[in-house]
Design a protein around this ligand. Structure first.
Ligand SMILES: [Zn+2]
Length: 383
């Protein structure tokens, strides 16, 4: 028996006036997803457990069967994965915000949503200045600090202490001496840095220092094949997903033309999935495009991305006769342009039928599987 999970990132949405009160999933022409729903069964899945941010990291980790309560080691290490940075056994990765602290008060946790280019230039001024600390520029204020032979440290997210004195929230244990040196070094390098001179002159919020938080080691995920008794592969253009898969001992299948964006080669993904299923029991195909359309707030692009995902599934279903499940990881409503934590619909073909007639949020809520937790999905698919 062979198994396939198709995950359309951020596909779930809300009813929209522009689509005659339908959601993008309801409005889009999706004969293949509808067939999975009609000939299979549906349900709803809570992909984001209480207490976690609704992100692709937590959601996909959960859908792959790894309970974040057991395996989530911090935002830093998952972001390292998503940036394609491989962590050694003794490395600790911290999220490293660029922040604005003035008169000892946390003014801005994002340094005025500083640009990625400016952030990279500031971080470059710290590189090599603190032994054992390596800085990796990311997107905007969201950078990364990797500490070799780190111990970890209790830290506070800077967005939780905006407007408050920072002194009581400085790290005190574990890596604290090193983290404090990094912060101090940034207070030396940053004030007169050209980036900040330009920002001050333009009336923008300066980045006065770095604020490392949520550090952790690479998650120790049990081997996928041992956990489920089946060999698994990952098809995704996104570093985060490939990073999780590598940690789980899954085969990472690179697809030429997969971009992680709206222009990705959906048909190539279908072909590579079919090819991989010749030697693997299970393949997880992740498509980022619907999420990107959601972040853009574009209804047209979201509908188009969903239809392309459906065509991809159509190609696969022409040749694939195993169990197939389709779902989003979380909603990315175009109206909000960001993720929400609401449960999402899923459909499974090959595990009995119910009354579902098409793949949608509404039909999922009526499905016979009811509301399940994300970690229950793969056991259900493999049952
Ligand atoms: Zn996502």
């Amino acid at each position: 028996m062979k198994y396939l999970v198709i995950l359309g990132d951020g596909m779930a949405d809300e009813p929209l006036d522009e689509l005659e009160g339908k959601t993008p999933l309801e409005y889009a022409h999706t004969p293949s997803m509808d067939r999975i729903a009609r000939e299979g069964s549906m349900g709803m899945v809570q992909t984001i457990p209480d207490g976690y941010e609704p992100g692709s990291d937590i959601a996909n980790l959960s859908v792959l069967g790894y309970d974040p309560q057991l395996y989530y080691t911090g935002r830093g290490p998952l972001e390292a994965m998503s940036m394609g940075i491989s962590l050694g056994e003794n490395d600790i990765a911290y999220r490293c915000n660029l922040v604005c602290i003035r008169d000892g008060i946390m003014e801005d946790f994002s340094a005025g949503h500083i640009s990625s280019g400016e952030g990279a230039r500031l971080l470059a001024s710290l590189q090599g200045k603190v032994k054992g600390a390596e800085f990796h520029p990311g997107i905007s204020y969201r950078n990364l600090l990797v500490v070799s032979n780190g111990k970890g440290s209790v830290t506070v997210p800077p967005h939780d202490i905006v407007g408050q004195p920072v002194l009581p929230y400085l790290p005190q244990d574990g890596d604290a001496p090193l983290l404090l040196s990094c912060m101090e070094q940034s207070r030396i390098e940053f004030p007169d840095h050209p980036v900040n001179r330009e920002r001050n002159a333009a009336g923008k919020v300066p980045a006065t220092e770095v604020w490392p938080w949520s550090g952790g080691k690479k998650p120790a995920l049990p081997d996928f094949s041992k956990k489920f008794g089946r060999s698994g592969g990952m098809i995704s253009a996104v570093d985060l997903l490939n990073g999780i898969a590598r940690c789980a001992g899954m085969e990472v299948i690179r697809v030429p033309g997969a971009t992680g964006y709206l222009d990705t080669d959906y048909q190539a993904k279908a072909r590579y999935a079919l090819l991989a299923l010749e030697h693997l029991d299970f393949v997880y195909v992740h498509v980022e495009a619907p999420d990107e359309a959601g972040h853009l707030g574009s209804i047209t692009e979201k509908v188009r991305a969903i239809e392309k995902v459906d065509e991809m599934i159509g190609t696969i279903m022409k040749e694939f006769a195993g169990t197939i499940a389709v779902l989003p990881d979380h909603p990315t409503p175009v109206r909000l342009k960001t993720h929400t934590r609401d449960p999402v619909p899923f459909a499974v073909l090959g595990k009995g039928t119910d009354d579902a007639t098409s793949f949608s949020e509404k039909e999922g809520r009526k499905g016979r599987f009811g509301l399940i937790r994300a970690t229950e999905l793969l056991p259900l698919v493999f049952r």
